[in-house]
Design a protein around this ligand. Structure first.
Ligand SMILES: [Zn+2]
Length: 328
């Protein structure tokens, strides 16, 4: 694989010189008919919830980002059957915002300046929803990949949510700050890309100082979020159960990145998982639980606004998008 192809694969654009970025960043697919609003509001018990977009990521080509090693004709057929393009997969970047009486909580921080012009719009879009960076009291980080933690700091390392406490699992913290984070069980082998991912994690975590709060598996935080370890995508990757009164919602973070390829084929997997086989097992286990409990799910990367359910289909699953009847 040549350099250009390798870089396009993860849209890991920040690690190269600025001069050729514009030619590498995939252009918007269709500028017409895009949503005017960049947020979606709903209630969960006493809580006001909102989904705010950070933008999107285009992963091109499909393999080996997705389904590494799987027969490419099978993958193409599955995409075609679902009326999806076969040359790329587009990922949403959906940020969940929780507003309670005295707190404004973000679940992850988006890409920041790390992935080019298609993403990094979180602060601008929060402001459209009347939320300023200073209003944010807490940021819960599901895992420390650059599209989740990269929006904590600006290009000169300043905190973009200066008043917020930031929560990260201790396992995740220890993994990324270790001398040599272990990628030996990952299918990702591009050393420059691995270095980029490690560098962004370290830089953002190290900038936090006393704002950083480490949590353990199963901890309930801020009286409305229980963080549950779901390892494989990264060692400390967590899903979050958000609850109020008797209602709940499961934020599944990066358990899946594509409904067509990963929800429907959990074992086809995702190259960026730090432990490929463990991620497959975790994905099956969590989706099985969510299907059986008929839980409402929020997904960081599935189509806007990321709300829906999974149900069993044969030996796998299917994503059922929650449809909004009227625009926001
Ligand atoms: Zn992600």
């Amino acid at each position: 694989m040549d350099r250009r192809t390798a870089l396009l694969r993860f849209a890991g654009l920040a690690l190269i010189g600025l001069t050729d970025i514009s030619s590498l960043v995939a252009k918007p697919l269709n500028a017409t008919g895009r949503r005017k609003n960049s947020f979606h509001q709903f209630k969960l018990g006493e809580l006001d919830l909102m989904v705010v977009s950070d933008g999107r990521i285009v992963m091109k080509p499909v393999q080996p980002n997705f389904a590494p090693g799987v027969n490419s004709r099978l993958v193409e057929q599955e995409l075609e059957r679902n009326f999806a393009p076969t040359d790329h997969i587009e990922l949403g970047i959906n940020i969940l915002v929780i507003k309670s009486k005295d707190r404004t909580i973000l679940l992850d921080s988006g890409c920041g300046a790390n992935f080019g012009e298609l993403s990094g719009g979180l602060i601008k879009n929060l402001q459209k929803a009347d939320i300023n960076p200073d209003d944010v009291t807490d940021v819960m980080i599901t895992h420390a990949h650059p599209d989740h933690i990269g929006g904590l700091i600006g290009t000169d390392n300043q905190l973009l949510f200066p008043k917020a406490k930031v929560y990260l699992s201790r396992i995740e913290h220890d993994f990324w700050l270790s001398e040599k984070p272990d990628f030996s069980k990952s299918k990702l082998t591009d050393q420059r890309l691995i270095k980029f991912v490690i560098d962004v994690a370290k830089k953002n975590i190290n900038a936090l100082g006393e704002k950083l709060h480490l949590f353990e598996d199963g901890d309930t935080l801020l009286d409305c979020i229980t963080m549950q370890l779901a390892p494989g995508h990264t060692p400390g990757h967590c899903v979050a159960k958000i609850f109020s009164n008797r209602e709940s919602l499961y934020h599944i973070a990066d358990l899946v990145h594509s409904a067509v390829l990963v929800v429907a084929h959990p074992e086809w997997g995702f190259e960026g998982d730090s432990n490929f086989n463990q991620a497959v097992q975790t994905r099956r286990k969590v989706m099985n639980e969510l299907a059986e409990s008929r839980s409402l799910i929020f997904s960081y990367h599935l189509p806007w606004p990321g709300l829906g359910h999974v149900r069993k289909k044969g030996n796998a699953f299917e994503w059922v998008q929650q449809i909004a009847m009227v625009p926001d």
